[in-house]
Design a protein around this ligand. Structure first.
Ligand SMILES: NC(=O)c1ccc[n+]([C@@H]2O[C@H](COP(=O)([O-])OP(=O)(O)OC[C@H]3O[C@@H](n4cnc5c(N)ncnc54)[C@H](O)[C@@H]3O)[C@@H](O)[C@H]2O)c1
Ligand SMILES: O=c1ccn([C@@H]2O[C@H](COP(=O)(O)OP(=O)(O)O[C@H]3O[C@H](CO)[C@@H](O)[C@H](O)[C@H]3O)[C@@H](O)[C@H]2O)c(=O)[nH]1
Length: 506
């Protein structure tokens, strides 16, 4: 991308051009035309994807993103693999590198792996030619800023680096909307010192271009770092809570739709994040809660650690429960049966598959020797293959192609299958011709709906105009029953035939 010459008032760079770094910086560039924005990544492939004419949808499918990138790229938004140049040019450097769960050594399976963050900090310290503001955009354990400040200052050139925490709260699939109209922007800094206050003011100035001042919160560093972990823990806790109740509904005849609506209309509880599902996925919830658990364990807060651990354990149980329900319903065997999996992404409107519930359900079914036919409108075959490897979902000595069939559409996946499981709430799954699908399947034809979608309903309550969500399974379960399907919906009263199977011995 050739760079045109403009006099920019200020330059920001971002190390890490992933799901967060790319969209976040694109929004800064859109809203702050006088600011030059450079997004740098050590992964050259990633950078050439951002610089390509059409953003590869399997890499960055995010509604509204392409339009913003096209409007700003080459004007005040630049993507580069030259991280040195980005650091040298920038007054402020966001660090938005990945901080996955550590897989080795102390804290393996729980603690955040800070390797990338430390490398980025060392890089900045090594090549910077002047004082810089360094902004934590990645999600990090509380008190990371302290360690990072030490790493950054371990240079012999007497440079000063002011570290801020500015965690990101966007959700994938709605990232551009979330960035354009955030509930709040959180900025943590050393608000006791002049340099810290100046740095906070600079970052506030950026966001003030489009975010109302009252939505920009400034706090101390540790509150900001911790708030990000806590926000995700609370959100995930709601999903695990409603999922725990979904199991109770299935056994008692209560209906999870009705329960969620009834409790959600209580304004103290609120109606969002009450959609029961096969389990939460995505790169953040599990990782961030485990990180919180690890921090609590490390400082001896055993009871607090156990409390939050249960949110993840409940989620694991829900994924497993869903897969077991499938096996039990299908006469306790799925060996050599073709099972159509509709959706593989961890939620709709994204091609992201990190920690997707689909791969865990698939693993369980493959252990039971099923054959799986997968269709997802935004996830490539290569990505699915990588996920099966990464999560070791395929039994040893089994070839991917002998057990997994990646299909071009839902009809192809369902054809000849004994069962369908809906793993992602893609809108297109609501409008399929289910009669045609039923006719093409082995009988009895089962359908297991692991997802809820919602319709927005505007209701009037006294004089107040209340907006609430009415939950429902992604599929019209009653309609499917009329066609002849054996239907299972999360949190729906279980049919008597399935209840019988529940008590049977494998
Ligand atoms: N994905 C989300 O929805 C989301 C939302 C809020 C916060 N977060 C947090 O933001 C951070 C980034 O998440 P993500 O989903 O964008 O990750 P990602 O894996 O999509 O992107 C991270 C990028 O950083 C690059 N990178 C790694 N080390 C680097 C270095 N030293 N210099 C330059 N580039 C480097 C990688 O090549 C990769 O492209 C994580 O801490 C995550 O927890 C993610
Ligand atoms: O009622 C609900 C809501 C969500 N989910 C599932 O929970 C997961 C996470 O969904 P969501 O939070 O919408 O997506 P993420 O992109 O993972 O966003 C979360 O994680 C980000 C990374 O930290 C944060 O920035 C966001 O604020 C936070 O919502 C997905 O599998 C959803 O299907 C449910 O099962 N039921």
């Amino acid at each position: 991308m050739t760079e045109q010459k403009f006099d920019f008032e200020y330059t920001v760079a971002c190390l890490g051009a992933g799901y967060v770094g790319g969209p976040t910086m694109a929004m800064v560039a859109l809203k702050c035309p006088e600011v030059k924005v450079i997004v740098a990544d050590i992964n050259e492939k990633q950078i050439s994807a951002w610089n390509s004419d059409k953003l590869p949808m399997y890499v960055f499918y995010e509604p509204g993103l392409e339009e913003v990138v096209k409007a700003c790229r080459g004007r005040n938004l630049f993507f580069t693999a030259d991280c040195d140049k980005a650091v040298i040019e920038a007054d402020m450097i966001f660090v938005s590198v990945n901080t996955p769960t550590k897989k080795y050594g102390a804290g393996a399976g729980k603690a955040a792996d800070l390797k990338n963050w430390e490398l980025a900090a060392r890089h900045i310290s090594r090549v910077a030619n002047g004082d810089k503001i360094v902004v934590e955009k990645s999600t990090l354990p509380v008190r990371t800023a302290h360690s990072m400040s030490r790493v950054l200052h371990a240079n012999d050139r007497k440079l000063h680096f002011e570290v801020l925490s500015n965690p990101e709260f966007l959700a994938e699939g709605t990232a551009m909307k979330d960035l354009a109209k955030p509930d709040r922007v959180l900025i943590g800094g050393n608000n006791k010192e002049k340099a810290g206050k100046n740095a906070i003011d600079r970052l506030v100035w950026i966001y003030e271009h489009w975010v109302p001042k009252e939505r920009i919160l400034t706090t101390n560093l540790w509150s900001s770092e911790l708030s990000k972990l806590v926000a995700n823990a609370f959100l995930a806790q709601r999903v695990s809570s409603i999922n725990s109740i979904s199991a109770l509904c299935e056994q008692t005849g209560a209906d999870i739709d009705e329960v969620a609506k009834s409790i959600g209309m209580d304004q103290r509880i609120g109606n969002r994040f009450l959609q029961a599902s096969v389990g939460f996925g995505g790169s953040c919830f599990q990782k961030d809660i485990l990180n919180l658990v690890y921090i609590c364990e490390s400082i001896g807060l055993k009871e607090v650690a156990e409390y939050w651990q249960q949110v993840v354990s409940m989620n694991d149980w829900q994924k497993c429960r869903f897969a077991q329900r499938m096996v039990k319903s299908m006469f306790n065997t799925v060996a050599d049966k073709r099972i159509a999996m509709l959706g593989f992404a961890f939620k709709k409107d994204t091609g992201d598959t990190r920690e997707t519930a689909a791969v865990y359900v698939a693993k369980h079914l493959l252990d039971e020797r099923a054959k799986i036919a997968i269709y997802d409108p935004r996830v490539s075959e290569a990505q699915i293959k990588m996920d099966f490897d990464y999560y070791e979902a395929l039994p040893k000595d089994e070839k991917f192609s002998s057990r997994i069939d990646i299909c071009k559409d839902a009809y192809g996946a369902c054809k000849g299958s004994h069962a369908i499981c809906v793993m992602t709430e893609w809108d297109e799954f609501k409008d399929l011709n289910y009669q045609k699908i039923y006719d093409s399947m082995a009988k009895p034809a089962f359908i297991f709906d692991g997802r809820y979608d919602f319709v927005l309903v505007v209701g009037f309550f006294y004089c107040l105009n209340l907006v609430f969500f009415l939950d429902r399974n992604i599929l019209n379960l009653e309609g499917l029953k009329k066609i002849g399907f054996e239907v299972y919906g999360i949190g729906k009263p279980m049919p008597e035939s399935l209840k019988m199977d529940e008590t049977s011995v494998i």
